[in-house]
Write a protein that binds this ligand. Structure first.
Ligand code: AMP
Length: 112
C-alpha cells in the first residue's frame, strides 16, 4: 500500500477526521486554502477522476452525499466549493481520488 490516502483511510497515518462511513472518509487538509478545507476520499483506491467507470462510479454519489452532510455539520450556510484536481495539468499532487470541500470565505472564479 504505497498511497498516502490509502494509509490515512486505513488509520496508518493519522488525520483529523470530519466524517466517515463504510465507503468514504473526510478529513481536514494539512495545508488549508480556506477557513474550511476538507478532503473527501473513497476508502478504496481510485487514482483520479479519470479512472471513474460504470463499475466504480457509485462512489462519486456517496462522496457527494457525504459532502452535503459535512457542509451542514460545518454550517457552510452561505455555500462552498467542491474541486477534484485530476492529473498533472489539473494540479493533482496525491494520486488517490479526492474532492476538496472549501468554504468559509467567498470563492473566486476562474480558479488559478
Ligand atoms: P491535490 O493537490 O489536489 O492532489 O490535493 C492533495 C491535498 O492533500 C493537498 O491539498 C495537500 O495539502 C493534502 N494533503 C497531503 N497530505 C496530507 C495529509 N497527510 N493529511 C491531510 N492532507 C494532506
Amino acid at each position: 500500500m504505497d498511497c498516502i490516502f490509502c494509509k490515512i483511510a486505513a488509520g496508518i497515518i493519522p488525520s483529523k477526521k470530519v466524517y466517515e462511513n463504510e465507503h468514504v472518509l473526510a478529513f481536514y487538509d494539512l495545508d488549508p486554502q480556506a477557513p474550511v478545507h476538507v478532503l473527501i476520499i473513497p476508502k478504496t483506491h481510485i487514482t483520479s477522476a479519470a479512472e471513474i467507470t460504470p463499475e466504480n462510479s457509485a462512489i462519486v454519489a456517496r462522496i457527494f452525499e457525504a459532502a452535503a452532510v459535512i457542509a451542514e455539520k460545518l454550517e457552510l450556510k452561505d455555500g462552498f466549493r467542491i474541486v477534484s484536481n485530476c492529473g498533472p495539468a489539473g494540479g493533482q499532487s496525491v494520486p488517490h481520488l479526492h474532492f476538496h470541500l472549501l468554504g468559509g470565505r467567498d470563492m473566486t472564479w476562474p480558479p488559478g
